[in-house]
Ligand binder design. Sequence first.
Ligand SMILES: NC(=O)c1ccc[n+]([C@@H]2O[C@H](COP(=O)([O-])OP(=O)(O)OC[C@H]3O[C@@H](n4cnc5c(N)ncnc54)[C@H](O)[C@@H]3O)[C@@H](O)[C@H]2O)c1
Length: 322
Amino acid sequence: MKILVVGGAGYIGSHVVADLCEKGNDVFVFDNLYSGSIENIDKKAKFIMGDVNSENDLDKLFKIKFDIVFHFAALKAAGESMDNPEIYSKNNINGTINLLNTMVAHDIKKIVFSSSAAVYGYPKYLPIDEKHTIKPINYYGYTKKVIEEILNWYGKLKEINYATLRYFNAAGYDINERIKEREKTTANLLPIVLECAVGLREKLNIFGDDYNTLDGTGIRDYIHVNDLSNAHLKAMDYLNKNKNNLVLNLGTGHGYSVLEVIKMAKKITGKEIKHSVIDRRAGDPEKLIASSDLAKKTINWEAEHSDLEKILTSMWNLYSKI
Ligand SMILES: NC(=O)c1ccc[n+]([C@@H]2O[C@H](COP(=O)([O-])OP(=O)(O)OC[C@H]3O[C@@H](n4cnc5c(N)ncnc54)[C@H](O)[C@@H]3O)[C@@H](O)[C@H]2O)c1
């Protein structure tokens, strides 16, 4: 198959590109390298530098007749999206509209879209399933909500067939070590913990230890990036065989607390991880856990590599080389 991966130089996209190439697909990566790394693109894929904000770049790109599009390109820092919503509107919402309109103009009908657990906002119940209310509490989550709604309309009006995948906390690196460069600017807990282990950071701030959890620290559902990638390939197979659209959570159904993460990181790295507790951060729920029963039912997917030890070990393979 001829496959376009928009944002395929990024953290999750590069893992999916590696898997798509391994399966013998003809893969094209389109990326502006804002946060991606060219070294992480599988050598079998063709790289095209470009921006989803440029209709001209997209028109040139779609001279190639793709069978399906994967869309990873977005800005993803929730905090930054509250300070600077304009760039999130432009990059995430406008960029996706440009991409969809170009797909329509070139009669390309299938897309797998990276959405996020951020569409749900505060959990009303756990685990969160796909029927949970959609009420984002940051602008980043709002951009994903808007794109999901646009996909729904384009599905009805333009016969675009989509799989919307709502990731919980993506973590880990390729267990087969095909990905060489780590993410350089991430605000996620696990990379920060390992940055402390290698001395790139002095210490970790824990935002509150008085939550209603076993050790008082917040709990999140961490999903290994190889599991995420696997779900993308299964979603693609589904779209190739069915006319139905998919909206699926991707998580594990259980979570780890901040202190559990620190303890496991100490065990794996053999390093001290200095930390101190500061005030809770506004907008942080105590627990976020996904139900992925629907993904199991519809695409026969479930997490296989997402226990904390395996996730952190796969990350340590990269961080220990710094
Ligand atoms: N990482 C997570 O935990 C997580 C969780 C939920 C959802 N997501 C979503 O998954 C997707 C991929 O996330 P990631 O962690 O791989 O992020 P990333 O920043 O590593 O990858 C995004 C890629 O898109 C490219 N890009 C950004 N803007 C672009 C533009 N205008 N034109 C062309 N390319 C552009 C970047 O250069 C980068 O290579 C994003 O849509 C993100 O919102 C990520």
